[in-house]
Design a protein around this ligand. Sequence first.
Ligand SMILES: Cc1ncc(COP(=O)(O)O)c(C=O)c1O
Length: 374
Amino acid sequence: MDFIPVNEPLLNGNEKKYLCECIDTGWISSEGPFVKQFEEKMSFTVGRKYGVAVANGTAALEVAMQAIGVGKGDEVIMPAFTIISCAMAVTKLGAKPVLVDSNIDTWNMNIHEIEAKITDRTKAILVVHLYGLPVEMDGVLEIARRYHLKVVEDAAEMHGQTYRGKPCGSFGDISTFSFYPNKHVTTGEGGMVVTDDEELAERCQMLKNLCFRKDVRYVHDEISDNYRFTNLQAAVGLAQLERLGEFIERKRAMGKFYTQSFADLKGIQLPVAHTEYAENIYWVYGIVLNRDIEITNRDIIKLFTEEGVGTRTFFWCMHEQPVYKKLGFFVNEKYENAEYLARKGFYIPSGMALTKEQMKRVVDKTRSVLEKIK
Ligand SMILES: Cc1ncc(COP(=O)(O)O)c(C=O)c1O
């Protein structure tokens, strides 16, 4: 039996057609016409005025942080449980990530811990929507308003998700997306910053392209990066965006199927299907082992591999990252729920190209693995 990969994208729409257009016209660089079209279509889809395509979701976070003016000595409040891109975007600028714990049910940041973490150095709140459900934005926006803080929204995993009917990616000062192949819209590698603020958008365009001076080429006043996004990537992205609605339906059907199939299983926590503000889009289908199960997610993914099923552990917490320990960040800090999710959470195959037959096999294999560890 073939190995079931944890993720496989679906590229059977107009991707090939648009890519051939790039080849036929010779437009393969970031100057090609699809880049602008993709920026416009993506920002329109998420209800923003401006989009700036960049090399990946990590670059999008870096550009966003730099654009809103995060710098040396500033603090940015973010979840302890997230991808390291979030913390790196802050520490690279000489600023400090200030962490909050997670909610054990939604796996998102506990917004009720934010206010106590605000100091006179706090510059921004970085909201990260994780695994399929959005963070409670009303609470975050209210705190940000009261303390005059910027809000950066990491919507990397949230293509097609809404919070109280409003698209994720439309909240706060600036939002970011990733188009890595496990995202609902992929361009291979890729990312985007979206905002309603024209000045911020212009600043992002500068920052992603070495801060070329507008009046004279090859003259630069600031340090920045080359995070440009190619016409080839945009060609794939445009074709993917055309199918976003269908992709979300597929993901929701997958989530429903897995949840129904696992309903009788003991010892595991399944994703919350919906909250009062959103229905889960199951960016990936996560499972968390109960406390009474002794083994960790690292052990369980080995068992799944033996069964021919690709799985991944959840993220590893920021305060437990060796690099940040070495640099003296987060000394003696503890975030109980975040640590628990990082040790006990994992996800099973959830890619867009997953077939019903594969899903059924994943369910059978999940049952056999859980039987073994009882
Ligand atoms: C929440 C979140 N933010 C940022 C990123 C980084 O995106 P990229 O891999 O495109 O750099 C990811 C990637 O999976 C992510 O899940």
